[in-house]
Design a protein around this ligand. Structure first.
Ligand SMILES: Cc1cc2nc3c(=O)[nH]c(=O)nc-3n(C[C@H](O)[C@H](O)[C@H](O)COP(=O)(O)OP(=O)(O)OC[C@H]3O[C@@H](n4cnc5c(N)ncnc54)[C@H](O)[C@@H]3O)c2cc1C
Ligand SMILES: C[S@@+](CC[C@H](N)C(=O)[O-])C[C@H]1O[C@@H](n2cnc3c(N)ncnc32)[C@H](O)[C@@H]1O
Length: 602
């Protein structure tokens, strides 16, 4: 099976209706797709009544298709929901169509044009796994699960309030109506969940009944005589959803903390950002530039899922920031040794991202077309503009009367809030002890003049190089450093030479043109782990409401957005943006569990 999910095979028939060629069925009713969507899926799930008075509501859709149902739900949400409520739509799609086709399909409904334009501009990428986009003005969050329906659902944990079952007609596409699909629908249903669909076929009625739904036939839309509504018969009394936090402390204003500010603020949470070194002047996030590009793995592993989703979320986030924050230059990934050359050749042959994102470059490289150069100062400023700032170094955190308080080393309270996110880079272990598994690595970035022209497109592969004004930025060293030493490492000429030698492995001509005499640089420290994954989630053994976002290692500007979204979702009791196994792989208690397992085994 290829790494890239299949695209939709579609055509528009003589009446302009969009048809799925592999399924021999149309994407929606000939009688009027929007009216059908409203009658079958919205009214069938008793919307808007069902979301009235709910501060978080979750729709699950099987079959994203053109996104018409999503637009119809979004439109109704805008007209009826309260200004602080949040709508999550989680939509599964195995055969994503391109944005142009969806745009053509939406043309029949000019009343949806403003929403359609926004969705088309942020259309998901045809890449396997999870992707999340936010429309913060409307408090709408869409999570795409791109891949086969049962496989994608079985990897996730969330609770759906209203299901839209829209997988073509059961006779034409039984895969979307199988017992395995209904079992997943049941597993992922909230206690009083409802289901709506246009089909009253026997396999739909019996499939839903067998997993515990009470099924009703209702008058159908257009030429269809009947449609189906169902409600979960639950023995569990509905549990009150835990309250969403109203206030948050974020400790650390690097890319981790700043991305956390943005993720909380878009949920309407008031954020107090505390950092003794505002703008991470001396810290890793204060570098003059950083590259973003995906880490693409050959295997279909949870690590591969995480890094791919994180990259796509970062591309989307930087897309909003303008040229001051991010330049889409593309990045050429080059192999630095036989193993990496083999990996790149394999990924070029069977790419996990579509052409618009990734193309083979020369004989042994990859061009990441949407990757580019981040300007951290502008990005940090943009992300936390709505947070209240406290330029203070915190000595400790404590929870009292249900609130987290940040105190100076002398014991003065700086701020307090419902929850606290520690994103303190190398300061992490002073605020919460995550044990010996966090490591520090010093790094020096060099900037120098070069003879001849600067490269238009940045290069990466072991070393990296990019144009920065009239200089070449190249780096970076990666050396052990004591985690409790937060003093920035000294910049040295020897390390400039080291960076030049490393660059020579992937770009000997460019490296030979560097004028080392003109070099200056910047050194700082990144936090990493033995398993090369960030640490994201609730702090083990701490009272509730304390979270950590740490160990962003050498890729913080790519991974911080997804990590921040994971924490904000967890803190607000909302669906996670990632697969269960990804959340477990990044969980802060993973080291404790591994040690316990080793101890038991021995
Ligand atoms: C040389 C070098 C080159 C790099 N190049 C790239 C690149 O090209 N692309 C990329 O994606 N990544 C790159 N990285 C990695 C990236 O810089 C890091 O992953 C990222 O900056 C880490 O962000 P952070 O927010 O976790 O930590 P930091 O940037 O360290 O920020 C932590 C913040 O917490 C504050 N803080 C700490 N303790 C306290 C306390 N007690 N009270 C209040 N505030 C506190 C600090 O002052 C600091 O501002 C590079 C790193 C280095 C060193
Ligand atoms: C009827 S269309 C959905 C229409 C859509 N809700 C809309 O608003 O346009 C059915 C969708 O299910 C998708 N699909 C079909 N079989 C699938 C499967 N096994 N896994 C995931 N998606 C599937 C199709 O690609 C198609 O987009």
């Amino acid at each position: 099976m290829s790494r890239l999910p299949p695209s939709a095979n579609i055509h528009f028939d003589e009446t302009g209706l969009i048809q799925g060629d592999d399924f021999g069925d149309s994407y929606f009713s000939r009688d009027d797709g929007l009216a059908e969507s409203r009658a079958v899926f919205l009214a069938g799930n008793h919307l808007p009544t069902a979301w009235a008075g709910r501060d978080r509501f979750v729709i699950g859709e099987l079959g994203f298709g053109t996104g018409l149902n999503v637009l119809a739900a979004w439109d109704l949400w805008n007209k009826t929901a309260s200004a602080t409520d949040i709508l999550h739509i989680i939509s599964v799609e195995g055969f994503l169509m391109d944005a142009d086709s969806a745009q053509t399909a939406h043309r029949g409904w000019p009343e949806l044009a403003p929403l359609s334009q926004q969705l088309i501009a942020r259309w998901p990428t045809r890449a396997a796994g999870t992707q999340r986009i936010w429309f913060p003005k409307d408090r709408l969050c869409i999570t795409f699960l791109i891949g086969p329906c049962v496989q994608m659902l079985s990897r996730m944990d969330f609770q759906v309030d209203a299901w839209f079952l829209d997988g073509f007609s059961p006779s034409k596409n039984p895969d979307m109506w199988s017992p395995a699909v209904f079992a997943q629908v049941r597993r992922l249903s909230a206690p009083e969940a409802t289901v709506a669909t246009y089909s009253v076929a026997g396999i739909v009625r019996s499939g839903l009944t067998e997993v515990g739904y009470d099924v009703l036939r209702a008058p159908g839309f257009g030429s269809k005589r009947e449609r189906l509504e169902a409600r979960l018969l639950s023995n569990e009394p509905p549990k009150p959803t835990p309250a969403r936090p109203k206030t948050a402390l974020v400790i650390g204003g690097g890319i981790g903390g700043s991305a956390a500010c943005a993720a909380l603020i878009r949920r309407g949470i008031k954020v107090e950002l505390i950092d003794g070194d505002p703008c991470a002047r001396t810290k890793a996030s204060g570098n003059p530039l950083a590259l973003i590009m995906p880490r693409l793995d050959r295997g279909d592993t949870r690590e591969a899922w995480f890094f791919r989703s994180a990259y796509l979320m970062a591309c989307d986030a930087y897309g909003d920031m303008g040229d001051d924050g991010f330049e889409t230059t593309g990045v050429i990934e080059c192999g630095e040794d036989a193993k990496s050359l083999e990996r790149l050749a394999d990924l070029g042959f069977d790419p996990p991202l579509p052409d618009a994102d990734l193309a083979p470059h020369g004989t042994h490289g990859l061009l990441h077309r949407r990757a580019g150069v981040v300007y951290p100062h502008a990005v940090l400023k943009y992300l936390r503009v709505q947070a209240a700032h406290h330029p203070v170094t915190i000595g400790r955190l404590e929870q009292k009367d249900g609130h987290w308080r940040a105190l100076t080393p002398e014991g003065k309270t700086i701020a307090q809030a419902d929850i606290c996110i520690i994103a303190a880079g190398t300061g992490i272990n002073l605020l919460c002890d995550l044990g010996p598994d966090l490591l520090a690595r010093a790094g020096q970035l060099s900037l120098a003049k070069i003879e001849g022209a600067l490269p238009e497109t940045p290069l990466s592969g072991g070393a990296y190089a990019a144009r920065f004004g009239d200089r070449l930025a190249f780096g970076a060293t990666f050396e052990p450093w004591p985690l409790d030493n937060q003093t920035p490492p000294p910049v040295s000429a020897e390390k400039h030479s080291h960076n030049q030698a490393n660059l020579a492995e992937i770009a000997p001509d460019l490296a030979a043109r560097i004028d080392l005499q003109s070099a200056h640089g910047r050194a700082s420290i990144r936090v990493t782990t033995n398993d090369n994954l960030p640490v994201v989630g609730a702090v083990p053994d701490a009272p509730t409401g304390l979270f950590v976002l740490a160990a962003l290692a050498s890729r913080g500007f790519t991974t911080a957005f997804l990590c921040a979204e994971m924490i904000a979702s967890q803190a607000c009791h909302e669906p996670s943006p990632v697969e269960r196994d990804v959340a477990l792989a990044l969980a802060p208690d993973r080291f404790i569990k591994r040690r316990a397992k080793r101890a038991t085994a021995s």
